[in-house]
Design a protein around this ligand. Structure first.
Ligand code: BJ8
Length: 431
């Protein structure tokens, strides 16, 4: 596939049946296709196995949606989520399909700003705007959504979103004290009951054990990919790995695992053959912070456009999603739910206080990735990541890690300014 013939496929009849604003959405489709072509298909020397992920983008508004609609016809519930705290294992075990609905596009922000305040996180506005403007087929296809109480912007938005689509909310603890762990276990049990009642299907031990294996396999495949990209020189661009981490939230998990593993086979061969995507002088950068939801490729594009290469994302669309596995074959329902609670409580989101595990994890990943510098990335108005940045910066200074903080949104307005800062940072690292 090349830039000229790449197109995100149109499915106007399907969109009509989903009650979308078809005319507007079609314009967004063309724009996204153009941006994708320029951002992704102009890269040199990409692994051949990226063809599958290019095709996932070409079919993002049709092929995958048709699969979700087919699942619904078979009576399987399609659940929209916004946070890696929602236990996908339980949805899978109930026969359902989980789809990440986080928004990474400026295109839907004005729709949200007609209703929500302007000075809240762009990720919340983008996701909400997709529903408000009827310009996301995933949002139109889901049976219900499951939000959480991680941050104030999200938890208050669910009340308004609920007026447009059934929205349930899980309470996420904000500390990791034993009482908070107990509370989380009871939330997990409530979630299971709710999903079972909506799906009309019981989550049995066998089904849950099976779902744990599926999700462990998915996380292992992503771990394998991340370990391989740490090779120096790296066999794959940061943009391509970020794309795969984003697609992980909407692709069918078993097929996704097979495709990521065959990409990994190819990367192993590339490493053996010395095939790389970077110049030998390229600065290797690790990014930490707020997740970059599709199609937020802004920072990766700027870093790699300036000659650097991104070698790790410490983020929920990144390692926080796949670093922790669950024990398999725990034997009974209470034990498996406790194990699930344990695994999910290891996610070190900045909504927790204190959250020093995250500082240690960032330093650990920095070391493992062989990075030469760290960029902490936050979205505007995300108070928890913006404040936690103070501790990350101090930890980097203490360790002598070249460090830069970027706070941005989805608009193109600050691209020039960030580009200048990124270029200066890469130069400083190369000196
Ligand atoms: S577990 S990081 S996916 S909440 S950027 S919407 S926090 S104001 S995304 Fe997240 Fe779950 Fe945490 Fe991960 Fe709010 Fe901040 Fe916006 Fe955020």
């Amino acid at each position: 596939m090349n830039t000229e013939n790449f197109e995100i496929k149109a499915y106007p009849e399907m969109w009509e049946s989903l009650n979308m604003d078809v005319e507007r959405f079609d314009k967004m489709r063309l724009m996204l296709g153009e941006i994708y072509g320029k951002t992704y298909l102009t890269q040199k020397n990409r692994p051949n196995s990226m063809a599958y992920f290019d095709n996932m983008i070409a079919e993002i508004h049709g092929g995958r949606i048709q699969e979700l609609l087919n699942a619904k016809k078979e009576g399987k519930p399609v659940v929209g989520t916004f946070c890696v705290y929602i236990p996908e294992e339980i949805v899978l075990a109930a026969g359902g399909v989980c789809v990440g609905l986080c928004g990474g596009s400026q295109g839907s922000v004005p729709d949200a700003e007609k209703i929500l305040p302007r000075n809240i996180c762009p990720m919340v506005k983008s996701a909400f705007g997709f529903k408000a403007g009827r310009i996301c087929p995933y949002f139109q296809a889901v049976d219900f959504v499951y939000g959480e109480t991680t941050c104030d912007a999200k938890k208050k938005t669910w009340e308004i979103l609920n007026q447009m689509v059934p929205t349930y909310v899980m309470e996420i603890p904000q500390t990791k004290k034993p009482s908070a762990v107990d509370m989380w276990l009871s939330e997990v049990k409530d979630f299971k009951t709710k999903v079972e009642s909506i799906a009309g299907s019981e989550v049995t031990l066998d089904k849950l054990e099976e779902a744990v294996k599926v999700m462990n396999n998915k996380r292992k495949a992503l771990q394998r990919l991340n370990n391989l990209r740490h090779a120096d020189p790296t066999p794959i661009s940061g943009k391509d790995v970020l794309l795969i981490e984003q697609i992980a939230f909407y692709d069918e998990p078993v097929r996704f695992v097979a495709k990521v593993n065959s990409l990994c086979d190819e990367l192993e061969q590339r490493i053996a053959d010395g095939v790389t995507v970077q110049d030998s002088s390229a600065a290797r950068i690790m990014v930490a912070g707020v997740p970059m939801a599709l199609p937020n490729w802004k920072l990766h594009n700027l870093v790699e456009g300036a000659g650097g290469v991104i070698v790790n994302e410490e983020s929920c669309i990144g390692t926080r999603y796949y670093k922790d596995l669950m024990k398999e074959n725990t034997g009974d329902m209470e034990s498996i739910l406790k194990e699930l609670t344990r695994r999910y409580m290891q996610i070190d989101c900045s909504c927790f206080t204190p959250n020093d595990e995250r500082i240690d994890q960032v330093l650990k990943e920095y070391k493992e990735s062989g990075a030469h510098g760290l960029i902490h990335y936050s979205l505007q108005f995300c108070h928890t990541y913006n404040v936690e940045e103070v501790k990350i910066r101090k930890a980097c200074e203490k360790q002598g890690i070249p460090y830069m903080f970027i706070e941005s949104d989805y608009s193109p307005e600050d691209v020039g300014q960030i580009q200048t800062r990124v270029e200066a940072f890469l130069e400083q690292i190369s000196e």
